[in-house]
Design a protein around this ligand. Structure first.
Ligand code: C2O
Ligand code: CU
Length: 480
């Protein structure tokens, strides 16, 4: 996403001191990444004898076979998605990133309530990682759950640059026999257009972005970009991955939407899904036919596997096409690449339909600070805003440590926006699910609460990467 413009970069080393100065307001200063309070918040997460999980990511240009189509792209290794990273809650993660891309990059740990200076936002939390340079991220992972990582630089997320990050719960009650992670993605890179060209097409109105989506009852305008492929774990539907299990086994699926402009409607033929977690946090379990997953959202579901071969279908909501994986417990002919299980037309669940499990429900508390976020925009010119301003010209939203904060996302457009908050997990008001990304449907308002307990400057934005990059992004600014 957008890096700060040159004028800020010039104000201080890496532009970080510059940001603090620019944001100064009413005699108080925005907490910078270098603040003592940031170090202190991390110190509170650390434990003696803390386990250290080390990993290395090497973003670089590669040629990848998507199961037929062979594409040149950028990825964290030889395949898409990138390597699965896994830790236990409370571990210290130390990830060295060696940038072999012909561009600056960064890595954001989506959904993790981590120390501000490791959040991976160039110009706000760190300097961009230059081509040929390295940066080591080091942070405690406080909460278990299903997360993912991706760059926070331009529209690089719409390349092959993303991977799952799973944080295990040492006290997980289990309740399943096998577990599989499914990363969903909308794919354009290497098919004649790069994401940067798609963005250029959108902003120049040349039509090169493609006509994205139609009108859908649930989401309004379904997207801005027509993608040639939709992938499950890096494969097109003609060459799907197989998730093996035995008949009768309980299968936990961790579903991640790493797409840039596509919500997926997910169902497993012949099965109902029991939703157990949303964005890593447990919910009061709900059984449904299908789930609607916005960009940046994650859901864990349980299924009791039947006897046979079943299509796990992720339809690109309001667009042409789908992603596919197979759940197989017996020999048999696989379903066709374009199978449409009847469950897709059954009960569809969204994050706003879920309630937090007791253990993670936000404590009842008076709201200390309220912020409205008016979501507006237009396609000609292609520009998306929060409170009438396009990032980086946004007005930061001031908050203070210790406050209960209520955000009101008011969607003034005919298109859905999956709104994401960095560094915190919010609760949908009135006992709704704990989440970090929530779909705000056209002309609707979604209210969320969170406790300001993680000092820093935290991006809050639409997880449609083309919306974020053209302005629908602001910051929650802790004041000191
Ligand atoms: Cu996954 Cu700022 O986003
Ligand atoms: Cu949006």
């Amino acid at each position: 996403m957008l890096e700060l413009p040159r004028r800020n970069i010039l104000l201080g080393a890496f532009g970080l001191a510059g940001l603090a100065a620019v944001n100064a307001c009413g005699g108080t200063t925005a907490v910078p990444p270098t603040a003592e309070s940031v170090r202190h918040a991390e110190a509170l997460r650390r434990r003696p004898g803390q386990r250290v999980v080390t990993a290395r990511l090497t973003p670089r240009p590669v040629t990848v076979d998507l199961g037929g189509p062979v594409v040149n792209t950028w990825a964290y290794g030889d395949s898409v998605p990138g390597p699965l990273l896994r830790a236990r809650a409370g571990d210290l993660m130390r990830v060295q990133v060696d940038n072999r891309l012909p561009a600056t990059t960064s890595v954001h740990w989506h959904g993790i309530a981590l120390r501000h200076d490791m959040d991976g936002v160039p110009g706000v939390t760190q300097a961009p990682i230059n081509a040929g340079s390295s940066f080591t991220y080091e942070f405690t992972v406080p909460d278990p759950g299903t997360y993912f990582y991706h760059p926070h630089s331009g529209v690089q997320l719409d390349r092959g640059l993303h991977g799952a990050l799973l944080v295990d719960d040492p006290a997980d009650p289990g309740g399943y026999d096998v577990e599989r992670t499914v990363v969903l993605d909308d794919w354009v890179d290497g098919t004649g257009r790069t994401p940067e060209q798609v963005l250029k097409g959108l902003t120049e109105g040349s039509g090169k972005g493609g006509k994205g989506g139609g009108l859908t009852p649930l989401l309004g305008v379904a997207g801005d970009v027509a993608y040639p492929h939709y992938l499950a774990n890096g494969r097109v539907p003609a060459a799907p991955v197989t998730l093996s299990a035995k008949p009768g086994q309980r299968l936990r699926l961790r579903l991640i939407n790493a797409g840039s402009d596509t919500a997926f409607r997910v169902a497993l033929g012949g099965h109902r899904l029991t939703v157990t977690h949303s964005d890593g946090f447990p919910v009061v379990p709900v059984t449904t036919d299908a789930l609607l997953i916005g960009m940046g959202e994650r859901y864990d579901v349980l299924v009791t596997v039947g006897d046979g071969v079943f299509p796990l279908v992720a339809v690109a909501e309001g667009k042409q096409g789908n992603a596919l994986a197979l759940v197989r417990s017996a020999a048999g002919t696989p379903p066709s690449a374009s199978a449409r299980p009847t469950e897709l037309a059954g009960k569809v669940t969204l994050g706003t339909d879920l309630s937090a499990a007791d253990a993670v429900r936000l404590q009842a508390k008076g709201v200390d600070r309220r912020h409205d976020l008016l979501l507006s925009g237009s396609t000609t010119p292609y520009r998306w805003t929060v409170n009438g301003k396009a990032f980086p010209d946004a007005d930061p939203l001031p908050i203070e440590a210790g406050q209960r904060v209520r955000l009101r996302f008011k969607n003034m457009t005919m298109m859905f926006h999956p709104m994401h908050v960095h560094g915190h997990t919010f609760g949908l008001v009135r006992g709704g699910a704990r989440k970090d990304t929530v779909i705000v449907r056209p002309m609707q308002t979604v209210e969320v609460d969170f406790d300001a307990n993680n000092p820093g400057q935290w991006m809050t934005h639409c997880h449609n990467i083309y919306h974020a990059e053209t302005g629908m992004m602001t910051t929650l600014a802790y004041k000191s």
